[in-house]
Design a protein around this ligand. Structure first.
Ligand code: GUN
Ligand code: ZN
Length: 445
């Protein structure tokens, strides 16, 4: 029974902003014996110490003492259409797309298949504690309808939109839009049907510059201007060969990012996946626009794409969230993704003098997986932490999910050390329960 209102009792951790390199104590709140009061509307009414819970917020108590409660994880970049082909062997980006991705995406013209995979995909997310994601379907309108219908039925806050692709050879014939007017018409109809329906946000989704004609990119930019509160998501400078091919085609553009900029696609609600091979001018532009980057460490390592410069992106003031990027990414778990983000940053920073190195602390890692992701998607008015009025999406984590976690937890000396053990050793086994709008969406048992 998960009737609301209710008070969830356990250790609470949430973030008010980025704790930065030095774990700024004003950026996060920890209530070791905490109370999270949820109203009948599924929103946070109050969060703090159990002993300080005001009488007016008392309600049915759900006891998670000895567990950690954090806001639901936000995966800023993932492909639901690649559910079937995760863990495909031995190819870098462009060959991997042609050999493995496109044949599978072809199947999403079938509504029943798309519905079935949408359901499995959303189950996989909630089992990992992920409650919001920036999701790519396929070029097919029905793949968007299927996904949004499933997400809506579960009450989840999701971002998605029809993939735009029309230029061969990076878009195969069998996955190409049948012309710019038709792609625009389909997109308009989907925006009308889904944008701001319950918790859904529509995102204009040109797959990446190589697979769109100039005319299609321009159309995407026009729509983004016409619907100012709509999102935009695409891939940017993921691999070196991809980046070189973009510069060879768009000879007037200063950089890969500039191709999107000239099409009017760089705005506050734009999210660029990867952004591995960008320069300081690109970073300044992204920061000034208020755009986000989806940092996808497991994917960048799996495809051998490169090491994202996290420190440079954050020093430039860019909103950065984490993405699993499954099926190029290798885990749906944001904890596993944090594990690999830590390693990518260690490697990237290894050549700097020690005093100037950045490391990803557990506190900053959990910020990235929650509020940071919400900020990157411009959804932080709704989700990301336990401020009163926020939608109550949250995860209950088990410190003792595995023998090694149990052992490491027992000998941890302080909370940051304990949390770091969870960030490095945790995975879907750590997720005891996932709540969406105050209602239980997943339970491990
Ligand atoms: N670039 C264009 N499409 C894709 C995709 O599906 N996955 C990844 N990782 N990169 C892309
Ligand atoms: Zn991707």
């Amino acid at each position: 029974d998960d009737a609301l209102p209710a008070v969830y009792r356990g250790t609470l951790l949430h973030f008010l902003r980025d704790p930065g390199r030095d774990d700024d104590p004003d950026a996060w709140e920890l209530f070791e014996d905490g109370a999270l009061a949820i109203g009948s509307d599924g929103r946070v009414r109050w969060a703090g110490d159990w002993s300080a819970l005001p009488d007016r917020h008392r309600a049915r108590v759900v006891d998670y003492r000895g567990r950690l409660i954090v806001p639901g994880f936000v995966d800023t970049h993932i492909h639901y259409s690649q559910y079937d082909m995760i863990a495909s062997f031995g190819a870098q980006l462009q060959d991997w797309l042609q050999e493995y991705v496109f044949p599978v995406e072809r199947k999403f013209g079938d509504r029943d298949y798309a519905e079935r995979i949408s359901g499995l995909f959303l189950d996989a997310l909630t089992a990992c504690g992920t409650t919001t994601a920036g999701v790519y379907p396929t070029v097919h309108s029905v793949s968007v309808d299927a996904f949004f219908a499933q997400a809506r039925a579960r009450g989840m806050r999701m971002v998605c939109g029809k993939v735009l692709m029309d230029k061969q050879p990076d878009a195969p014939e069998f996955l190409s839009d049948a012309g710019v007017p038709q792609a625009e018409e389909q997109t308009r109809r989907l925006i009308e049907r889904w944008h701001k329906t319950d918790r859904l946000t529509y995102a204009i989704t040109p797959r990446f510059a190589p697979s769109s004609s100039d005319e299609q990119l321009a159309m995407a930019g026009r729509l983004l201007r016409e619907f100012p509160d709509i999102a935009m998501q695409t891939h940017l400078a993921e691999s070196r060969p991809e980046t070189a091919s973009v510069l060879a085609r768009f000879t007037n553009a200063r950089s890969y990012l500039d191709v999107y900029d000239r099409a009017g696609l760089v705005g506050a609600r734009s999210v660029f996946a990867h952004s591995v091979h960008i320069d300081d001018q690109d970073r300044s532009r992204l920061a000034a626009a208020g755009a986000g980057i989806a940092f996808c460490p497991t994917s960048n390592l799996f495809l051998g794409s490169g090491l994202f410069d996290f420190a440079a992106a954050r020093s430039a003031g860019i909103r950065v969230g984490l993405g699993t990027d499954c099926g190029a990414g290798t885990s749906y778990s944001m904890l596993r993704t944090l594990n690999e983000a830590y390693k990518v940053i260690m490697l990237k920073e290894s050549t700097k003098p020690e005093s100037r190195r950045t490391t990803l602390s557990a506190l900053r890692g959990f910020y990235l997986a929650t509020l940071g992701g919400a900020e990157a998607l411009h959804l932080d008015d709704h989700i990301g932490n336990f401020r009163p009025g926020k939608e109550a999406d949250f995860v209950v984590l088990d410190w003792t999910a595995t023998p090694i976690l149990t052992h490491r937890t027992e000998i941890a000396r302080d909370f940051p050390e304990l949390l770091f053990a969870q960030m490095i050793l945790g995975d879907d086994r750590s997720i005891e329960a996932t709540y969406v709008l105050g209602h239980r969406a997943y339970s491990r048992t």
